[in-house]
Every structure is written in C-alpha cells, then in structure tokens.
Ligand binder design. Structure first.
Ligand SMILES: [Zn+2]
Length: 275
C-alpha cells in the first residue's frame, strides 16, 4: 500500500519522460490515453520470468522494467527467482536493456526507481512481538541470502516497517499531506537540476564536490563505514542520500545529521552482513 502511494509524492513526468513512457506502452500494444503524463506504477508478480521483466521474444518487446520507467514495485523480493534478481541487479547497474536476436536488436530504457518489499523470514513474524516466528535459523538465513549483497548495495533506502495493530492502521492521523510532501520533493529536484544534474546522475567526483565534506566529517564517516563493515560502494550511496536529505530541507550541503540519517537507511546491509 505504501509503495503504491509513491507516485503521488513525485513530480509530474516531464514531456520527454511522458513521451518515452508512451513509446514503451505503444510498442507493447497497450492503450495510451488515460496514462499520458502519469507516472507508471508496475507491480509484476514474483513468478515473473526474466523475460517478463527485461523484455524478450523473437521480435523483442520491452518488459516490466521499461514499462515501469519510472516506478517498479517488487513485492516479496526473495520469492523472485535467483536469475530474475541477477538480471535486475545487472539492469540497475547498466541503466539500459539490450536485447539481441538473430534478426533484431533492441535497446530499451531502464531508468527506473525500484521499490521492493520483503518479510524478515519465510513466515513473516521474525521480530513481531505479537506472534512467534516459526522458522529455523537455517530457514531465515537461506531466505535472507536470496537477496544478494550486490543487489542490496544498490538499494539506497532500507527501512523496517513494523506490523501495526489494526486500530492504529485505521486511526486518523495528522501527518503531512501528500501535496506538502510533493512540493518539497519538487523543490529538492529543482535545487538538484540547478546544480547541474539529479543526485542519482552525479558521478563520484561531482557528488563529493556537491557534498563538500570537511576533513573531520570525512574521517568520521570513514570510521563509521569501517565499524559497520559497509562496502566502498555504500560510501557514495550514503553521500547521495545525505545530499538529497539536505536538498529536501533546503540546506546547501549535507551536515552530520544528514549523514547519520543516510547511514540509518542501510539497515539490511548491516543486518545481513553482521547477523
Ligand atoms: Zn519466521
């Protein structure tokens, strides 16, 4: 439910993005009218094949990733086949899909935002104070290990969502409205574009320049990464998230609280590597 709300807080599609989305739908023979300009939200089932995700066929057609352009939600991530998860990791790295057949060759976009959900264990109750987990340690380890370290490395925000009692789920809350969050997201995006590019598109050197960490902040961060046994790749991922957090608050560059919050979003890395 949370994931399906995401498009609601994101900026509207630019004309170029809308055109690309329409082109992908058109190639797949899907209707366009009510989808024009709307952020697509695709949720393939965990039984989906690699071809369904990246595209395929004798006359290659785009798959869910290209149709999702820009939101792809994978529920029950560890239930997807190992092959599909590996294809997903490669696609996240390359940002493009290349399908080659004897007579056809196609390149499809794969600039998508991945949202994935997983249970902590096969029965789903590990850490749940109201219901006892029925899984053995071996089952839990096997289940969690299905999501590989390299794939996990590419997931910037890892958040634990505890099970809520029914009365809390239905209670009226006074949270920030979607419109207010969306405004902040749009302002942060404009701030990034004014700097030259979206944070997700910044190379390592540009990212370091935008963050402009002081020597003591850099030393502190290196020490924390070492202690948490986070990978070198995690360093730039943390900087990118910290810079985005600063952008969301209208700050010129990330400070230590932004870095700490960004590190806090790498919970699974630590759980799976240290546990
Ligand atoms: Zn369990």
């Amino acid at each position: 439910m949370l994931a399906s709300r995401l498009p609601g807080i994101l900026p509207p599609l630019s004309d170029d993005e809308a055109l690309e989305v329409a082109a992908m739908r058109s190639v797949c023979g899907l209707t366009l009218d009510q989808h024009w300009g709307r952020r697509p939200f695709r949720q393939p089932h965990h039984s989906a094949s690699a071809a369904a995700l990246v595209g395929g066929g004798s006359k290659p057609k785009p798959g869910e990733i290209s149709l999702a352009h820009l939101e792809l939600f994978l529920d029950e991530l560890p239930e997807f086949s190992r092959h599909v998860l590996e294809v997903l990791r490669q696609t996240l790295e390359s940002g493009t899909i290349h399908l080659a057949r004897a007579s056809h060759e196609r390149r499809y976009p794969a600039q998508f935002q991945l949202v994935a959900a997983m249970n902590p264990c096969p029965c789903g109750h590990l850490g749940d104070p109201r219901q006892r987990c029925q899984c053995s340690n071996a089952q839990i380890q096997r289940y969690q290990a299905r999501v590989s370290g390299p794939l996990l490395d590419r997931i910037d925000l890892q958040v634990e969502v505890p099970a809520l009692p029914a009365q809390q789920l239905t209670a009226q809350t006074q949270g920030e409205s979607f419109a207010a969050v969306r405004e902040r997201v749009i302002a942060a995006r404009e701030r990034q574009l004014a700097r030259g590019a979206l944070n997700s598109h910044l190379g390592g050197r540009e990212l370091e320049a935008a963050c402009a960490l002081q020597a003591d902040e850099r030393a502190w961060l290196a020490e924390v990464l070492e202690k948490l046994r986070l990978s070198a790749r995690a360093y730039h991922r943390i900087l990118r998230v910290a810079l985005t957090l600063a952008d969301l608050q209208g700050e010129p560059r990330p400070a230590q609280p932004h870095l700490m919050e960004a590190i806090g979003y790498r919970q699974l890395d630590r759980l799976l590597k240290c546990g």
